[in-house]
Design a protein around this ligand. Structure first.
Ligand SMILES: Cc1cc2nc3c(=O)[nH]c(=O)nc-3n(C[C@H](O)[C@H](O)[C@H](O)COP(=O)(O)O)c2cc1C
Length: 225
């Protein structure tokens, strides 16, 4: 059957395929001149990925709604498949659900940190830790001038985590401004590991606008800086 795809048709098609999130983006893809089935075939992964990268925002207000275990598993799966130095996978994730623990972590927040409330409001706080002296090392020796690449690897893992969470309808905010030593004590992070970031995660209560980004031309250099 030949038919032309409008926003409504695309939405209902994706809903029939149980792809609620894609359906909610149908307005981006609706084009009355394009055959619907063809459009479905052309809807590629790249479009989805770019949408997720651009639409993810730091979320600091959360609903009082639990994150199901299987949803959390998918977020952790995204961490699991992140790239890392020589596949060292130096990350460790502490899932903080306990209200008292969250309260104590909140007390470690830096003065005026806009994410302070999120630490207790979010149903979960994911504490990303890394094993020291492994990423960027070969046979126990540093291989580059940067020494430990732990921060780099955890940064990638954090972005995987946040994008996967966004894809699942969850909100996150990467929190870096807090007293790391105190938080490590609270979380009983062992010797040989660093706590890098706390990431409150839950269903967003309200979104926020996108802070302005630099233009591509402002940060792209050709052939030399
Ligand atoms: C390494 C890092 C540390 C951050 N620390 C904090 C923080 O302590 N508190 C906070 O509210 N947001 C924090 N953020 C979130 C940034 O403010 C936010 O990503 C940035 O303003 C861009 O906004 P967007 O995430 O909505 O695109 C941090 C982000 C990164 C990547």
């Amino acid at each position: 059957m030949q038919w032309h795809a409008g926003e409504r048709e695309i939405k209902s098609l994706f809903r029939a395929l149980d792809c609620e999130r894609i359906a909610s983006h149908a307005h981006v893809q609706a084009d009355p001149a394009v055959n619907g089935k063809e459009l479905l075939k052309r809807r590629d992964f790249m479009g989805d990925l770019m949408a997720a990268i651009k639409e993810r925002r730091s979320i600091r207000n959360f609903l009082d709604k639990e994150v199901p275990g299987e949803v959390l598993d998918q977020v952790l799966e995204a961490v699991r498949w992140s790239p890392s130095w020589a596949n060292t996978q130096c990350w460790e994730v502490i899932v903080v659900k306990d209200g008292e623990q969250k309260q104590r972590l909140q007390e470690t927040m830096g003065k005026g940190n806009p994410a302070t409330r999120s630490i207790v409001e979010a149903p979960l706080v994911l504490a990303l830790c890394g094993k020291k002296d492994s990423s960027g090392y070969y046979k126990g020796q540093v291989t580059t001038k940067f020494g430990d690449w732990l921060l780099f690897d955890l940064g990638i893992a954090a972005q995987s985590l946040c994008l996967a969470a966004h894809d699942l309808g969850l909100g996150t905010v990467i929190v870096g401004l807090f007293d790391h030593a105190k938080a490590m004590e609270i979380l009983k992070v062992p010797e040989g590991y660093e706590l890098v970031t706390l990431i409150p995660m839950g269903y967003p209560a309200k979104g926020s606008g996108a802070p302005k980004r630099r233009e591509i031309s402002e940060f792209t250099h050709w052939n030399q800086f």
